[in-house]
Write a protein that binds this ligand. Structure first.
Ligand code: NDP
Length: 787
């Protein structure tokens, strides 16, 4: 064969990585593994086989944990929690450094082991997974060192239960374990049934560094084991990565149990190519976006959106490129794509693709020549699809790309956001203005500009909408493993209480029944029902409406329409907020008199005074809750930008009913959210009258919607409403239980306090600061930078 024809063919010989190092380790362990509990491995029991998906060979026998094993693991974590959290941060950091070093020293073995069990190419485990794992432990060793100065007034939340999937076994472990340990938590982790080996090796690393017993516990098993774990009463926090379906189940099981939950779930992320992009770079980016890890990536760019004018050329180039992707033995260093995790996943991918073929889609798949016993699937391009087809809407978790076209940037935004997910997006254009115009418009937790699928320990990762809530990585990820110190919840106030002057009844009497405030107008309750409001002397003052499902629907509709409030500049918002606070202060005496007649609390005058002060405080924060720039050790910087959550439903507290209403209202809207707010069930009147201040303060119609009524009933409707993005409950314990359970339909972010009392007088308290932090969600925008 001539050199020219060799060059044209680009045929290659195998370049196999030896697996002997990993096989020796498996042999040393007799290919049988128990659980790692309280610093020791248990005897293997009830074992199941773990297979190499590239050839079907049995690698090892892994134990399935039952309830007793899970209980033992949690008990060990509980016992270790105090010791670990009270360790000097410097000493905690040293353990994390030691773990990082040992992983680095054994990176070859771990790369091979991961490839053997997961089927992903050695090129990826060696160059991406394991280096990122090392980076995670080093980076978080740093957080452990400085945790006290950076997170004063916070404490660890542990013990923690962590459940991870099979697509990035050791990387997902490090995303979970490194921040949890850095923040002072003990934990129990369950790896995926198909990929437990690197987690078990990690357990041996914990032995090597002599991590105190019980700080890290690893139990293996299937979904049932996972369920046992999250059901444990003494688990305080659950961190889960996996399918949206199981995420929903976890939210349901944990509802009302006072556990903090973070969910990192599925996606159907858009990969957008504009006609001015560097098309060849975009195609290479696409290879990383959808064919990395056989497409088994939650943030895979599985929905390609191409500007119509370049659709043909892009399609042609993709086909040429994927014909050259090498699919085969993942231990071959020249292979691009290895095996799919197991037969069931392979079957699922194939079923979805064939279904789309039946619906009229065109399928392009290059021929691949692989070991028949292995679970291989070719890189696939699907065209001629409709937005309503399953293949366009649902996560495939395989090497399958669907292609759609668009004409204008706005259309690209519309198609991108036409999904229940919101994990990531990739934007390709040479026009930085266009890229930065698109980035805030796309509803996703991560935006990659002229790049895709890049990750770093310093940068938060996580989704919007049904892609879950919470962030992993970066400073935002550390917050997820901490909570404001228990002592920050009160009874006691920071401002001195003034003793109440006993006044005679002013004979306060209001003729009109108080209406709701929806879409900037006063609205009569749909039900026509109202309830009497009494003054402190027992006389009827007036009546307030009792809201129903229809009123809530109208409230949410008008909040959804008021989207301009979320899009306006923070400067504009702060001006409106100051105006609101000023207008309110002018009516201080009127509201004080009202409250004095309506509430038996001793501190009605300070409630009004502090409500005004708190509104000014949140006006100040309107343009100050800045994001940060993460400096990842990659040719990119990341803007971590705080964006409003959207529509927040709020059930207010009876405790300091007026102050808490005004404070939480001010807090939420100051960050660009629109609210449907339900005042205290006991004392709604003054809150309903607050519309008079809003009406005169340039707050756009629909930003604030006030509806009174029964918290159980209205809370249920709000929890189930898919237009509501988050629901906050400051009320009674009974309400928050049902709210967490009912909010699973669109996986709303929930904020509940188990009936704990908050010091509403002090907006600087860590609890209110934490709520302010929760009033936004972080979007990480990766921008190529420097050389
Ligand atoms: P799952 O969501 O089922 O599994 C993720 C993890 O949760 C695994 O450790 C699993 O255990 C565990 N688990 C399963 N059921 C429960 C339960 N009821 N309670 C607690 N833990 C549970 O993902 P699969 O691995 O089954 O994959 C199914 C689909 O999910 C894929 O086809 C893909 O579409 C999607 N997926 C998405 C991921 C993402 O990051 N977005 C990651 C993985 C999958 P075990 O593996 O032992 O069953």
């Amino acid at each position: 064969m001539s050199i020219i024809s060799e060059y044209k063919e680009m045929s290659y010989g195998e370049a196999l990585e030896s697996d002997s190092i990993a096989q020796d380790w498996l042999k040393e362990n007799k290919r049988r593994f128990g659980h790692f509990i309280n610093g020791k491995f248990s005897k293997p029991k009830r074992t199941f086989k773990t297979l190499n998906p590239a050839n079907g060979e049995v690698l090892a026998n892994i134990s399935k944990a039952d309830s007793i094993d899970v209980e033992k693991a949690i008990k060990a974590a509980n016992k270790a929690q105090n010791q670990w959290s009270s360790l000097d941060p410097h000493d905690r950091a040293k353990y994390l450094y030691a773990i990082a070093r040992i992983i680095q020293k054994n990176s070859r073995l771990l790369s091979v082991l991961e490839t053997l069990e997961n089927g992903k190419s050695i090129r990826e485990t060696r160059d991406i997974d394991i280096p990122l794992v090392v980076r995670h432990f080093y980076h978080h060793a740093g957080w452990a060192e400085i945790i006290e100065e950076e997170f004063a007034n916070y404490e660890p939340i542990g013990p923690v239960a962590q459940i991870i999937p099979w697509n990035f076994p050791l990387l997902m472990l490090s995303w979970k374990i490194a921040p949890a340990l850095a923040a002072g938590n003990s934990l129990v982790l369950k790896p995926a049934e198909s990929t437990s080996l690197t987690a078990l090796y990690f357990a041996q690393i914990c032995e090597m560094v002599q991590l105190p017993k019980g700080v890290v516990n690893i139990v293996t098993g299937d979904g049932e084991t996972g369920e046992r774990l999250i059901e444990q009463p003494s688990v305080n926090k659950i961190a889960f990565t996996g399918s949206t379906e199981v995420g929903r189940k976890i939210r349901q099981i944990t509802a009302g149990k006072g556990k903090k939950v973070t969910l990192e779930l599925g996606g159907k992320s858009p990969f957008i190519i504009f006609d001015d992009s560097d098309i060849d770079s975009a195609i290479e980016g696409l290879v990383d976006a959808i064919w990395l890890n056989q497409g088994e990536v939650c943030c895979a760019g599985s929905r390609l959106l191409v500007q119509e004018s370049i659709a043909d050329i892009v399609q042609k180039k993709i086909k040429e490129r994927i014909k050259k992707l090498r699919v085969g033995n993942p231990l071959d260093k020249s292979v691009d794509m290895g095996a799919i995790i197991n037969e069931s996943q392979l079957g699922q991918i194939s079923k979805m693709v064939e279904k789309s073929r039946g619906e009229g889609a065109s399928i392009f798949q290059p021929k691949i020549n692989c070991n028949e016993k292995g679970c291989f699937y070719p890189p696939t391009l699907i065209t001629d699809v409709e937005p309503s087809m399953e293949i366009v809407r649902e996560e495939i978790f395989g090497p399958v790309l669907v292609m759609l076209t668009f004409r204008t940037p706005n259309e690209a935004v519309e198609i991108s956001n036409n999904t229940q997910y919101g994990l990531a997006a990739s934007i390709w254009t040479e026009n930085i203005n266009l890229a930065l115009d698109m980035a805030p418009k796309i509803k996703a937790g991560v935006i990659w500009i002229n790049s895709s699928n890049i990750f770093d320990a310093a940068v938060g990762f996580g989704g919007y909408r049904e892609s879950g809530f919470g962030r992993e990585g970066g400073k935002e990820g550390i917050f997820e493993y901490l909570q404001p110190k228990e002592s920050q919840y009160i009874g006691q106030t920071t401002t001195s209480k003034t003793s109440r002057k006993i006044k005679k009844s002013t004979g306060l009497k209001i003729d009109e029944t108080r209406k709701f405030f929806i879409g900037g107008k006063q609205v009569r309750p749909d039900s026509g029902y109202s309830k009497k409001i009494f003054d402190i002397y027992g006389a009827v003052v007036t009546e307030v409406g009792i809201g129903n499902r229809k009123d809530i629907r109208d409230g949410v509709e008008s909040a959804l329409k008021a989207v301009s409030w979320s899009a306006t500049t923070s400067h504009n918002r702060s001006q409106v907020m100051y105006y609101l606070a000023e207008n309110f202060s002018k009516r201080k005496d009127e509201f004080t008199t009202y409250l004095e007649n309506l509430l038996s609390d001793n501190d009605t005058d300070t409630q009004v005074e502090n409500s005004i002060r708190n509104l000014f405080y949140y006006a100040a924060w309107s343009d100050k809750l800045d994001g940060i720039v993460h400096q990842a050790p990659i040719r990119a910087n990341t803007l971590a930008i705080n964006e409003p959550i959207g529509v927040i439903a709020i059930l207010c507290s009876d405790h300091m009913s007026f102050l808490s209403f005004v404070t939480i209202l001010g807090l939420a809207i100051s960050q660009g959210n629109r609210v449907v707010i339900i005042p205290s069930e006991k004392n709604p009147l003054t809150c309903l009258d607050f519309f008079q201040v809003i009406e005169t303060s340039d707050i756009p119609d629909g930003v604030v919607n006030i509806i009174s009524g029964n918290h159980d009933e209205l809370g249920k409707v709000l929890s189930e409403h898919n237009g509501v993005d988050a629901i906050w409950c400051f009320g009674e314990k009974a309400h928050f239980k049902s709210i967490e359970a009912l909010s699973i339909s669109n996986l709303k972010q929930t904020l509940t306090f188990e009936g704990k009392r908050i010091d509403w007088n002090n907006p600087k308290s860590p609890v209110l600061k934490e709520i302010l932090r929760k009033s936004v969600q972080v979007k990480n925008i990766w921008i190529p930078y420097g050389e």
